[in-house]
Design a protein around this ligand. Structure first.
Ligand SMILES: [Zn+2]
Length: 303
């Protein structure tokens, strides 16, 4: 009897420890893999509410980093969100940054500096073309600052490098410069200027070879304007060119088809509006900033 009782006691103790051990394992697993809600489980971790990233635990953060192939620092920025902001993204359109009396395409440097300061004070952060392309192609997996904006400059004026860039740089901004390749170096920005801009994180796109009205060209000439300008920039700067800007905003269905055929994935118009989730990537809208605009007027363009 004594032996039997001892056996029962030992068995009971063993079972108790087994149960205790199992409970401990279940609790530990629950802590490592907290239960997710139905929609997150169905869509995978790529679907995240805007603004949730800062709350991620370090383990989840490293998983996110791998999943989105993002540099670690971008996940630590508290004000990152994923996907398109509700109101879309403003893309500002500038040309020359100098006073051109009687021509609203010229924005005086003082006006431009005030506008950059306004953007900085209101928390805007500039996006590169790479990020915009990723956003359009894969919005749920593209991290954005809460106040994204693009600064674009058409034609490649020398003052873009000489005047605009030093001001933008002061505020931590980068821009997108659409160049007319036949004009590079002839009173406009040089290839060295553009190389410097590209190395500093700015984006460069094509604005054709000659700035012709594309809707008037034969298919052969049209193809040359698109393909050869892209090839020239890629050769001179050693970058990949995938963005285009229509000279004087002129395009038609033949232009759109040729853009795709020659390897462009983004194209900007002069039509007013923002870049939203529903846009066509070859007809992106922009906001023109005219010379002589007051700072109040500028603020209204953004709101
Ligand atoms: Zn132009």
């Amino acid at each position: 009897m004594t032996n039997n009782r001892r056996f029962v006691l030992v068995l009971a103790l063993f079972l108790f420890l087994l149960v205790l051990g199992s409970v401990a394992v279940i609790i530990a697993k629950a802590r490592i893999h907290p239960p997710s809600n139905g929609s997150a489980a169905a869509n995978g971790p790529s679907v995240r509410e805007p603004g949730k990233i800062s709350a991620e635990k370090p383990a989840a953060e490293s998983a996110l980093k791998e999943e989105f192939n993002l540099p670690a620092h971008s996940l630590r920025v508290a004000n990152k969100t994923f996907g398109f902001p509700a109101g879309g993204i403003p893309v500002l359109m500038y040309h020359a940054i100098e006073s051109l009396p009687g021509n609203s395409l010229g924005v005086p440097p003082q006006q431009f500096a005030q506008e950059m300061q306004y953007l900085h004070q209101h928390g805007y952060q500039t996006l590169s073309l790479d990020v915009l392309r990723n956003l359009i192609q894969n919005p749920q997996n593209t991290a954005l600052p809460t106040q994204p904006i693009l600064l674009t400059f058409d034609d490649g004026y020398a003052d873009n490098y000489r005047t605009a860039w030093p001001i933008m740089r002061q505020f931590g901004f980068t821009g997108t410069f659409f160049v007319v390749t036949a004009a590079v170096g002839s009173g406009m920005m040089t290839w060295d200027n553009l190389k410097d801009l590209a190395q500093e994180g700015n984006s460069i796109g094509s604005h054709t070879i000659h700035h012709y009205d594309l809707t008037t060209l034969s298919p052969i000439r049209l193809k040359q304007e698109l393909a050869d300008s892209k090839a020239a920039i890629e050769k001179e700067l050693g970058i990949s060119v995938f963005a285009f800007c229509y000279p004087s905003g002129r395009y038609n269905t033949a232009t759109l088809a040729m853009l795709t055929q020659t390897g462009y994935t983004l194209a900007f118009t002069t039509e007013p509006g923002r870049v939203t989730a529903s846009v066509s990537p070859l007809t992106l809208k922009r906001i023109r900033v005219p010379g002589g605009l007051s700072l109040n007027g500028f603020a209204k363009l953004l709101n």
